[in-house]
Design a protein around this ligand. Sequence first.
Ligand SMILES: [Zn+2]
Length: 423
Amino acid sequence: MSQPENEKNPVFGWFGPAAGAAIFRIIKDFGPLSRAEIVRRTGLSKSTVSLHAEKLLKMGLVAEDQSQRNGLGRKGLALRFAAEAGLIIAVDLGATGVEVGLCDLEARIIACRSESLSVLAGPQPVMERIFALIDGLLASYRDGPRKLFGIGMGLPGPVEFGSGLPVSPPIMPGWHRYPVRQALESRYGCPAYIDNDVNVMACGERHSGLGREAENFIFVKIGTGIGAGIFCDGKLYRGTQGCAGDIGHVGVDTLDTPCPCGNKGCLESVAAGPAIARMAREAAANGASELLSQRLREAGALTAADVGDLADHGDLACVEMIQQSGRLIGQVLAKLVNFFNPSLIIIGGGVANLGGRFLAAIREQIYQRSLPLATRDLAIKRSRLRERAGMIGAAAMALEEIFSHGKVMAMVVQEGKKGPASD
Ligand SMILES: [Zn+2]
């Protein structure tokens, strides 16, 4: 419901509902701000700022910053974003578990619940469990009534973002084009936004992780699979169909390990968690590592985490496996660095827990294989948000959509129809 006559006028700046939306964004991003400061930052007139400030206060999207009240009149109080005015539901669905959170409008987690759950059970039973967790959270929420603004959800497979439909997700049989978004929207009566888990985690990093300070960065998740989320000029880059960043099936030259996708030598098939576990089983079987053989006898199975643990105990075969995986990932990332020239690469996901040796091998290949100019100011760091990135990111992604310029403008138009702002 955009109204072209209210769009930003290139000569005279913002006016109409667009001015209201612009004022809101400035308060949200830089507040608390006094009305005088908003006039200075926007170039809008005092009366326009005052009118829209009243409207935004009435809508509950901003609040007066009472902490500054010392002899100031009401109009002298600074305005801040009212993050407590509503709730967001965040859903982080993984291959074997789900975490659901209730967040405020700054993506701060108020309460959360999780449980083990296999996506292999199919969409209907999984969505039923997610509904039960959300219902439980909402029922236990006793902090006064708050509007539910929206839902953000990440899932472990490709998603067509515009429609909110999973598309042929390799590890989620039965989920192809299942209406996840529609199911959430019709049950909770608010907008829902669905994306793949990696893009969602990248949103979390941008919102409250290392990506806060970087306009151009790549978040790489290394776990059962390998994927990347790309932030370009401060915005998530999804590509035409929403599958940008799917680096797990980029081929690594000279390798011909078969991949479930049908191709050979895909990065994921030679460097992700299952590939490391496979190398570990081989080393246990052929006697290359006595510690791995022993661990296999004790535990009955080997994982990438075992390799990390035994590398820390000085097992050379395990150290070599970690370095091998890191080098292969680094080789592919070096190509991305040459192509995209980011200032930061954030490494996350379960396999990132392999620690310093793993990161060092990734770094070595990137620095060795990328243009010197591209790596001059490039930082390669491990995620600090770790597992939290998924839930914070789901909320942050939803908030980015809900408070987009166009949507806030529509809210201001809606409020205008209710009558004059001043009472
Ligand atoms: Zn593949």
